[in-house]
Ligand binder design. Structure first.
Ligand code: ADP
Ligand code: F6P
Length: 323
């Protein structure tokens, strides 16, 4: 029998598809190992508000296929303060909670790290569409978000080809270009603008006009929000060349909704179970990840202080194939 008797779980920061599948795995894995499990509603703010309830096998029934998070998410100003963090740790102790699983992004990891310094055993699960967490090849929700973008671009291609137009598609990702890169390659976009690679819109416009002259009937420009605003880019491209007739689509929060893909569900299930087993083994202050198919644990400190790698080879490939 494990020394860990009670675990709590929360979802925090921007939600992502697959958070529910991760929650289901945490709850069912804990119960399987004879551990009591508590859900915390609305992230760290819910913790501070004592919004904590006991969960059972049925609490997570019928959620593996649902986007969003049934625990809901929140951003908590109070939890940024030392006082808030101390209060959070005290509340967890008052329930006799031995471990906390935090499903969220970089900011949520910072919070987990602070709690662990106050004596709470914590485990982080990468729940964000941005894929901006280091020491994991994928975050939960990224694959689904990329699918949403690719689906939108497929539709845009239809109408852009009919009118020989350019389509500027602004996608999410905060400071990370991964959604733009992966969706851009998968949808055959001609141009991918990301914060990790400097770009020159004059050159982009030249390539676009050349491609139109060579018989292309549309041009797709995927721009990561961290690399610029779709509207500004469309305007500047038209200033460089009068022939460019660009339309802008900002995909926005649609990228954070919808049923998670099988990839995200399986990733979430594996990571959720792994987080519980790691707490049982006595691990704490760690982020769970997947690297080359293997489940990994990395110190949260290291994860939040290391810049996520950008796949420059994949970026070059997307450019080569989009001629
Ligand atoms: P994400 O986890 O998606 O990156 P945020 O950056 O909004 O989202 O972080 C979610 C929450 O985590 C914040 O509202 C705050 O309560 C907590 N948090 C973020 N950064 C810190 C920090 N440096 N110290 C303590 N708590 C933090
Ligand atoms: O981190 C996920 C994310 O969707 C980012 O891609 C985006 O920049 C941000 O959250 C949007 O935040 P909000 O939901 O607060 O508008």
């Amino acid at each position: 029998m494990s020394a860990v008797k009670k675990i709590a779980v929360l979802t925090s920061g921007g939600d992502s598809q697959g958070m529910n599948a991760a929650l289901r795995a945490v709850v069912r894995s804990a119960l399987y190992h004879g551990i009591e499990i508590f859900g915390i509603q609305r992230g760290y703010q819910g913790l501070l508000n004592n919004d904590i309830f006991s969960m059972d096998l049925r609490s997570v029934g019928d959620i593996i296929q649902r986007g969003g998070t049934v625990l809901q998410s929140a951003r908590s100003k109070e939890f940024y303060t030392e006082e808030g963090q101390r209060k959070g740790a005290e509340i967890l102790r008052s329930y006799g909670i031995d471990g906390l699983v935090v499903i969220g992004g970089d900011g949520s990891y910072h919070g987990a790290n602070k709690l662990s310094k106050l004596g709470i055993n914590t485990m982080g699960l990468p729940g964000t569409i941005d894929n901006d967490i280091s020491f994991t090849d994928y975050t939960i929700g990224f694959d689904t978000a990329v699918g949403v973008v690719v689906d939108a671009i497929n539709k845009l291609r239809d109408t852009m080809s009919s009118h020989e137009r350019a389509s500027v598609v602004e996608v999410m990702g905060r400071h990370c270009g991964d959604i733009a890169l992966h969706a851009g390659l998968a949808s055959g976009a001609e141009t991918i603008l990301v914060p990790e690679v400097p770009y020159d819109l004059g050159e982009v416009a030249q390539r676009m006009t050349h491609n139109f002259a060579m018989g292309k009937r549309h041009s797709i420009i995927v721009v990561a929000e961290g690399a610029g605003k779709g509207d500004d880019i469309a305007k500047e491209l038209s200033q460089h060349s009068k022939q460019i007739d660009a339309r802008v689509t900002v995909l926005g929060h649609i990228q954070r909704g919808g049923t998670p893909t099988p990839f995200d569900r399986n990733l979430a299930s594996r990571l959720g179970d792994f987080a519980v087993r790691s707490l049982i083994r006595g691990e704490s202050d760690k982020a769970c990840g997947i690297i080359k198919g293997e489940l990994t644990l990395t110190d949260i400190d290291k994860v939040v202080n290391t810049k996520n790698d950008f796949d420059h080879e994949m970026y070059e490939l997307a450019l080569r194939l989009s001629q």
